[in-house]
Design a protein around this ligand. Sequence first.
Ligand code: MG
Length: 389
Amino acid sequence: MADAPTRVAILGSTGSIGRQTLEIIAAHPDRLQLVGLAARSRIETLAQQAKAFHPALVAVWDVAKAQALASLLGPRPVLAGTDGLIALATDPRVDVVVVASSGSEALLPVMRAIQAGKRIALASKELLVMAGELIMRLIQEHGTTLLPVDSEHAALFQCLQGVARERVSRLTITGSGGPLWSVPAEAMGAVTRQQVLAHPKWRMGPKITVDSATLMNKGLELIEAQWLFGLEFSRLRAVIHPEAVVHGLVELVDGTILAQMSPCDMRIPIQFALSFPERWATPAPPLEITRLGALRFVEPDLERFPCLGLAMEAARQGGTACVALNGANDTAVHAYLQDQLRFAEIPRVIAQTLEHHHPEPHPTLDDILAVDAWARATAQEFIGSWAAH
Ligand code: MG
């Protein structure tokens, strides 16, 4: 007898991960069923997705857009705001919540979903960066599972199956180095937007593509890995691996290294988070190892990529230092994308914000949200004052 399909809700369905999750659901109609769709504000795309997949629940975070979305849909009831996202994520018809929204609006809905016993497939690294301690404690208390969708963490998660934590000596995540890896130090100040947004390996949204160019993405991933796998920060590292074939490596105490290899196709880790512990065929093209050539693994250059060093420093400080880092980075990247800030000034905004922050080691949700708002406002002030000159 076939098992009942896994019922999926997606927070952040209109972004890159959300759209690829829908592809996976469409490819496995007997195994996966879409029951909920939520997006921040792109209601035209959300309405198209709802018409194609007929989910029971549709939610938009931006309350002002709920009316327009309802009329696009026919009309039908639409959930809205944080309460709407919570109602969707905790609905009894949902088994797994895919968290693909990059903003902090998903934080409270995800916490409520965990409390309702839902499995979480987490693509948004910001949530663990901001609230790793709180989220992991809730996961433990409610006996549910957090499955990483980020490719490096999915790699580590796979290598760690059946491995006791005390046998692990180190976890390594890889990064392709992003679009600027081969740009010399003296040219970093003059990189163009085309260079920054032309990622060599992965097709992603603009925010994470900029984070890949600064290597902040690796920094956020190290913080994420620390919470997901419960290891102290000193036993985690990021290395540059330009071929982007190996996504994560687990070093064991006896000298063995377990590594995960796969093509750069997010549909693989997205699907694994939904199929786990099973594995299903994917539409991703196979990796032909005889065509790979040499694989390089090199230390990241923290002088050319100061954002990675800033993230490592925030991780060492712990607590709300990571919240301030994330809020300042998000603000700086959006200012850069809107032409209000130069690329080389992104780390400066983050460093200045962190300098003005006194971290709270074990923050509550209210502390986290307050520091997030403070960091965004403080970063925006620096950006505004520099733009004035
Ligand atoms: Mg990643």
